[in-house]
Design a protein around this ligand. Structure first.
Ligand code: KG4
Ligand code: ZN
Length: 334
């Protein structure tokens, strides 16, 4: 094999994942072992349970990624691993495993920022995509607008001042009695509801920051007050109206930023990118404003190791390698 083979490892939250990438953009395998059913009965991710499950899963997942890629361990040229942001105990499992394997195989180690990984999921979906572009990252832990000038230059121009978009989806879903993770559940329920049924407020913030806590309180107040008055609530309408408010905030700011900074490409990333209404609303707006729109295939939107391997590959091109002192950085920023 004459192209670089990268093993990617991702354990930042509740998915244990390993991927084999050939060159920068060809996925040979992308194994994802999700812990969602395990955490569902607690209504959210329990950090200690997540770490313990990663410990059990990590080697079988790596073995499976190597086997299904049709390669041998000795064919791996480098190892890319998520070292933050995320849950510290969960990250440490991936980081320790990657360091040990890199030492045993005598190959370089690459430390990957999980958020950068989410953006790079798009390079796997679109072989022709190149920076510069404006990226909107919407995940369970982060909401941010990022100018990506080149493969290694990121500038954050706005972020959420409180809850991340995915976090707001998960919290509202929980009070409506929907299982964790709430985003896909609200997405599904909203399809049968009227997005204009309830007018929930969108925070008016002047720069490119976001805020979802006011919206979250407004939905909670609406549900509580209906409950106290003994009125029945149309949950599908509430889901659709809440979702519309989140999407309007995200889409308006993204288009405004693209126009202000003269970007002609918009790249969506992160778990909430899997939301069908967000995808279609952003797509329509991009068409109106003459912008090209990119979003990852569904499986690459949520956490996976292929996006980590891809980010690692591009980092390796600049000789940006980690050493054996690599540690997890739970609060890592871009
Ligand atoms: O990026 P991700 O897999 O993990 C983090 O890095 O945080 O994102 C997970 C988040 C969760 O909050 C989940 O509810 C949300 O993405 N999500 C969605 C959808 N699918 C996943 N939110 C809205 N609509 C969806 N279809
Ligand atoms: Zn993520």
């Amino acid at each position: 094999m004459n192209e670089i083979i990268t093993l990617g490892i991702e354990t930042s939250c509740d998915e244990t994942s390993a991927s084999i990438l050939k060159g920068g953009r060809e996925i040979l395998s992308n194994i994802i072992s999700t812990q969602i059913p395990l955490h569902q009965k607690f209504g959210g991710v329990v950090p200690e349970i997540a770490s313990r499950k990663h410990i059990v899963n990590i080697m079988p997942v790596i073995d499976e990624s190597v086997r299904s890629a049709g390669i041998k361990l000795k064919d791996i040229n480098q190892i890319a691993v998520t070292y933050g942001p995320g849950l510290v105990g969960a990250l440490l499992v991936g980081v320790s495993t990657a360091k040990t394997l890199a030492f045993a195989l005598d190959v370089p180690l690459i430390a990957v920022n999980h958020l950068e990984g989410h953006i790079f999921a798009n390079f796997l979906t679109y072989k022709e995509l190149e920076p510069p572009f404006l990226s909107l990252i919407v995940s369970g832990g982060h909401t941010a607008l990022i100018k990506m000038k080149s493969y290694n230059e990121f500038e954050m121009i706005g972020q959420s001042r409180d809850d991340a978009a995915g976090e707001a989806f998960d919290k509202i879903a929980r009070v409506m009695g929907l299982p964790y993770p709430g985003g896909p559940e609200i997405d599904k329920l909203a399809k049968t509801g009227n997005p204009n049924a309830v007018e929930f407020p969108i925070a008016k913030i002047e720069d490119f920051d976001f805020s979802f806590s006011g919206l979250k309180s407004a939905v909670l107040n609406y549900l509580n007050s209906a409950n106290m008055k003994g009125e029945s609530v149309n949950y599908a309408d509430v889901a659709a109206s809440f979702q519309k408010a989140v999407i309007d905030a995200l889409v308006n700011k993204t288009i405004e930023a693209a126009n202000k900074f003269n970007f002609d490409k918009i790249v969506l990333a992160g778990g909430v990118a899997a939301n069908s209404a967000l995808e279609s609303t952003l797509k329509t707006n991009c068409e109106i404003y003459g912008l090209q729109f990119f979003y990852p295939s569904k499986i690459l939107c949520t956490d996976n190791a292929a996006m980590i391997a891809c980010r690692g590959f591009y980092k390796s091109l600049t000789n940006s390698f980690a050493d054996e002192s690599l540690n997890a950085v739970p609060g890592l920023r871009l």
